[in-house]
Design a protein around this ligand. Structure first.
Ligand code: HEC
Length: 172
């Protein structure tokens, strides 16, 4: 709109307006033609989580590790009644999705929020992701995996987690 206003002095504003309208419709058609054919609705929702981090290669790699490799969201995202992940609360924390087949004394019931402001400082988060050791000096309880990521991967994951809008999740 702004560029339009700044060009208001053109000798033929209506032609200009037609051009802009044509371009907009063209861009929209490309968008809707391209979109559904190679992304599922779920992938599009996940892609929305990168909104804050577009153009940031480190964070993009972190997103890939979190969503496609380590699957942090399977535990750290709450589910809807039908059992599917609630992407509107992406990585906002939720109940542990399963119990052990054999009784185990110290099974956690909560997967804490990890999106947005990290629950520990950068060095502690990197230690957790590269060694599996938490701020307590011990590993977290199962089913939290003991990750042994490379430092670069851990930094990418941390950058991505920080890029998520805290508490409100992916789509807002
Ligand atoms: C299989 C389920 C599962 C997966 C997958 C998983 N977590 Fe966890 N995570 C947990 C559980 C359960 C806890 C709580 C452990 C406890 O209370 O001892 C936890 C705790 C944490 C904590 C500590 C938070 C706090 O405030 O105490 C961090 C940080 C964390 N996870 C990050 C991650 C990241 C990053 C990933 C992916 C790279 C990930 N988790 C994948 C289940 C999971």
């Amino acid at each position: 709109m702004q560029s339009h206003n700044s060009l208001e002095g053109w000798s033929s504003p209506s032609r200009f307006r037609r051009l802009i309208t044509g371009l907009s419709i063209g861009a929209f058609l490309v968008f809707i033609a391209g979109g559904p054919s190679f992304t599922t609705a779920q992938e599009k929702k996940q892609a929305a989580t990168a909104t804050n981090s577009s153009g940031n290669a480190t964070s993009a790699r972190g997103k890939y590790i979190v969503t496609e490799v380590a699957k942090c969201g399977n535990c750290h995202t709450p589910r809807m009644q039908n059992g599917e992940l609630d992407y509107s609360r992406w990585l906002a924390g939720g109940p542990v999705p399963y119990l052990p087949a054999q009784p185990q004394g110290d099974w956690p019931l909560l997967c804490p929020r990890i999106g947005g402001l990290p629950p520990a400082n950068d060095a502690q988060m990197i230690t957790l992701l590269t060694t599996g050791i938490w701020t307590t000096g011990k590993p977290l309880r199962s089913p939290m995996p003991e990750f042994h990521m490379t430092r670069a991967d851990a930094e990418a994951v941390l950058a991505y987690l920080k890029s998520i809008t805290s508490g409100r999740g992916a789509t807002q």
